[in-house]
Design a protein around this ligand. Structure first.
Ligand code: AMP
Ligand code: FE
Ligand code: FE
Ligand code: ZN
Length: 290
């Protein structure tokens, strides 16, 4: 297979991305990214549209999702599922439940943010202004965009630092064993997203990955926009030593400064040689799921 540009982690407007699936495919085409995965939080609603747009542009779309998971005392561990049957009825119902719980949480967070805004002598934000940015799975980035629109913050990062981290309300998380089992049941592989978001302590990270592998984890997102070169090298070696799959994705939402589809930190490009083992594992899991 000739080397191609790929990006296995991006978000559409069906979760907290700014672009529709068709717009993401158009961007990928412009940047000559030939294989993509839209991994929306708690939603697979963008996959069909991306697949149609991708077929017209000769871009392959791998069905994917990103789940927020609880593992031991770690909350909000992000788990990617690749090659999933995104039409599975029970899975869709499960996701629907998580999205509904996000709606209530979103209102609670907005209430807290508004208390801060009032204290600061600012006009609070109404729910409609937030929902104007949201389509399927609501999240804090939608509130960030409303804060940005009002000129209350300079960037999405600024919104998180000043309001959305201090005013956070926990989500309902998938238990890790359930999340991995569910991804496998619908024929997908389970991959740990941006592993350094768990901890920057590489010793702790290494033992967490080992434990996750015992729970059925198939791979880790070695190349992502969060990792610094030393961390990426650690993850690459960990994957190699443990026989875990290696994946690569920008986690592009379209709202972060200086981030492009198909690239990680400092312009690093993702390599398509990782696709063959990924496809092989997806096929193996599908055979076992039958
Ligand atoms: P939520 O799922 O509602 O808790 O929102 C979490 C999402 O917000 C993550 O998946 C990221 O897309 C984004 N996010 C989290 N922390 C930050 C941050 N510090 N700056 C920008 N975006 C962030
Ligand atoms: Fe996100
Ligand atoms: Fe994530
Ligand atoms: Zn993501």
């Amino acid at each position: 297979m000739p080397r191609m540009n790929i990006d296995l982690h991006m978000h559409s407007s069906y979760s907290d991305g700014a672009f529709t699936p068709s717009e993401l495919i158009a961007l990928a085409e412009k940047l000559d990214v030939r294989v993509v995965a839209i991994a929306d939080h708690d939603s697979v609603a963008g996959i069909a549209e991306a697949t149609v747009a991708g077929a017209a542009a000769a871009i392959e779309v791998i069905p994917a999702v990103e789940l927020s998971v609880q593992f031991n005392d770690l909350s909000d561990v992000h788990l990617l599922g690749y090659g999933i049957d995104f039409r599975d009825e029970a899975f869709l119902q499960n996701l629907d439940g998580y999205r509904q719980r996000r709606e209530g949480r979103n209102e609670d967070i907005l209430e807290r943010v508004n208390e801060c805004l009032i204290t600061e002598g600012r006009v609070p934000i109404d729910l409609e202004s937030v929902l104007a940015f949201a389509r399927d799975a609501i999240g804090r980035p939608h509130i960030a965009r409303a804060l940005l629109e009002r000129g209350y913050v300079d960037s999405v990062e600024d919104a998180f630092r000043r309001y959305l981290v201090p005013c956070n309300v926990p989500k309902t998380y998938w238990p890790m064993d359930d999340a991995i089992a569910e991804i496998h049941r619908i024929g997908g592989v389970a991959v740990l997203a941006h592993p350094t978001s768990i901890t920057k302590d590489l010793t702790v990270l290494g033992s967490t990955i080992a434990e996750l592998q015992l729970s059925g984890l198939d791979g880790i997102e070695v190349y992502n926009n969060m990792g610094w070169p030393l961390e990426i090298e650690f993850l690459r070696r960990t994957a190699e030593d443990r026989g875990l799959l290696v994946t690569a994705g920008s986690d592009f939402h379209g709202i972060e400064e200086g981030l492009e589809i198909g690239k990680g930190r400092e312009g690093m490009r993702f390599d398509s040689t990782l696709l063959a083992p990924l496809y092989e594992k997806i096929n193996l899991i599908k055979q076992q799921a039958c």
